[in-house]
Design a protein around this ligand. Structure first.
Ligand SMILES: Cc1cc2nc3c(=O)[nH]c(=O)nc-3n(C[C@H](O)[C@H](O)[C@H](O)COP(=O)(O)OP(=O)(O)OC[C@H]3O[C@@H](n4cnc5c(N)ncnc54)[C@H](O)[C@@H]3O)c2cc1C
Length: 460
């Protein structure tokens, strides 16, 4: 078997794997990157980018529908899915081309094929063996389903849902997490009747309850139906419809059932178990420096327990490359990774929820600033709020340890929010910074002014 040697062999060319490859090559390492599908992985081809393109088309549809409300004569005539897909695929193609060019320019060896980790430090692809001084496992995740719930026809995961050639009229979304609510939002804007079924008591259940309730209020207004605390029991499909059954005995008929119940690690059939990689529920266990239990073998991205986000993968990839190059980069604080749910309205957060903050600090102070007091939010006709959580009792000094936001476009505010959290800023530090008027960012500044005891456009 031909053997190829490199400083670094990376299995999986998604956000985590390619970020690690790019940074390692920049630092002078020879890198082999093995990808069985398309460089860029889930995020670029089946995740972040296509869904955000759909959400943008949804926003334009809403704007057309609602133009009359602000004196703009416009009507919504419907969705041309072929046109939406052409736009979405055009965005992906451009980014894909750019990424391929980047990988090539950094002289990374991209191997097209399915790799199998064979330990202690080699990956086999077909008839070739790639031996790395270090090996990185970065094989990502897949959309989960339930036993007996077969994907196909009118039952889809996000993978199929980004490839629809017709906008469905009635949709049931199973799962009210990030992916579920984003698709619910798209389908509603595209003109469908949407019902979300979530077993937990709230939508976006991993967020602070403030955000869940804010989103639920907004979805109610948008007439997106959601049934929380409800168990799904099964689905049957015919050529014409899919019928979803709930534990309550209720049945809902739809054109499409989107299964969005979470993503499992892509770790089966890649040789991990046989090679002795320590795993739990299919996830690869690592320490805080992303080391697995095997010497010189590392893992990152969605196969490692934690937030399944592209920018976490990027950050881990860069961290690992720098760590291997001996640069001793700072550890990544998982709580400092910003989280955005891009539905309408958006949900964005960083740091701790109120429950987590109470657990960690005992005494905390919270402040909620309503977007009603923010000029730009009124111009955009959005409702929502920003919630700040500070450690320590009211009137004492302490950094802001949690920021939670709901409202149109609040995802764009997460940049400043994550600086506040990650730099341990206090309300007074942020209050001293001038925010431009009228921006939604200004609401962020005013929330901190209020927390610092000097509210401007809000009541103390
Ligand atoms: C619908 C959807 C929307 C999302 N939206 C967002 C968002 O807005 N923001 C965000 O931050 N995150 C989002 N995500 C999550 C994001 O896509 C993932 O967190 C990210 O892609 C994880 O990166 P990764 O490198 O761990 O895995 P992946 O991107 O899944 O990459 C793993 C790669 O490994 C390859 N591979 C697997 N096994 C092998 C093998 N044996 N041999 C060779 N290659 C192999 C796969 O083909 C794949 O390309 C979304 C995900 C989905 C599904």
């Amino acid at each position: 078997m031909p053997e190829h040697n490199a400083d670094l062999v990376i299995l999986g060319g998604g956000s985590g794997g390619y970020a690690c490859a790019l940074r390692a090559a920049e630092l002078g390492m020879s890198v082999v990157l093995i990808e069985k599908d398309k460089l860029g992985g889930t995020c670029l081809h089946y995740g972040c980018i296509p869904t955000k393109a759909l959400l943008h088309a949804a926003e334009v549809a809403d704007a057309a529908r609602e133009g009359e409300k602000i004196g703009v004569r416009s009507t919504f005539d419907g969705i041309d899915m072929a046109g939406v897909n052409a736009y979405k695929d055009g965005v992906i193609a451009k980014l894909y081309k750019g990424l391929q060019g980047l990988v090539k320019s950094r002289k990374i060896t991209l191997v097209d094929g399915t790799g199998r980790f064979e330990g202690p430090n080699s990956v086999v692809v077909g008839d070739d063996r790639y031996v790395g001084k270090k090996v990185v496992l970065a094989t990502g995740s897949y959309a989960k389903s339930l036993p007996g719930l077969d994907i196909g026809g009118r039952i889809a995961t996000s993978y199929e849902a980004i490839h629809l050639d017709e906008a469905p009229k009635r949709v049931v979304v199973l799962g009210g997490g990030v992916i579920g609510v984003e698709f619910a939002s798209v389908f509603k804007s595209f003109g469908a009747d949407v019902t979300i079924v979530e077993a937990l008591p709230h939508l976006v259940p991993n967020e602070d309850e403030f955000a869940s309730k804010g989103l639920e209020r907004a979805f109610r207004k948008r007439k997106i139906t959601f049934k929380t605390g409800v168990k799904f029991t099964g689905a049957k499909q015919t050529d014409d419809a899919v019928t979803v059954s709930l534990e309550s005995g209720e049945e809902i008929e739809a054109d499409l059932l989107l299964v969005a119940i979470g993503r499992g690690p892509n770790t089966a059939n890649a040789g991990y178990e046989e090679a002795g990689v320590k795993m739990e529920r299919g996830f690869v266990l690592t320490d805080e420096r992303l080391r697995t239990n095997l010497e010189n073998v590392y893992a990152l991205g969605d196969i490692v327990p934690g937030l399944q986000l592209a920018h976490r993968g990027f950050a881990q990839g860069i961290f690992l490359a720098e760590n291997l190059a001996g640069l001793n980069p700072p550890l990544i604080d998982e709580k400092g990774i910003p989280r955005v749910t891009y539905c309408e309205p958006e949900v964005a957060s960083v740091g701790l929820t109120e429950t987590e903050a109470k657990e960690k600090y005992g005494e905390i102070e919270t402040l909620t600033y309503d977007l009603a007091g923010n000029g730009k939010s009124q111009i955009l006709q959005t409702q929502g709020a920003i919630k700040l959580i500070k450690s320590g009792a009211k009137g004492t000094e302490g950094p802001v340890v949690g920021i939670h936001m709901v409202g149109a476009r609040v995802g764009e505010l997460i940049g400043e929010a994550q600086l506040v959290y990650n730099w341990d800023a206090q309300a007074e530090d942020v209050a001293a910074l001038v925010h431009a008027h009228p921006t939604q960012n200004e609401a962020f500044g005013e929330a901190h002014l209020a927390l610092a005891g000097k509210p401007l456009h809000s009541h103390s």
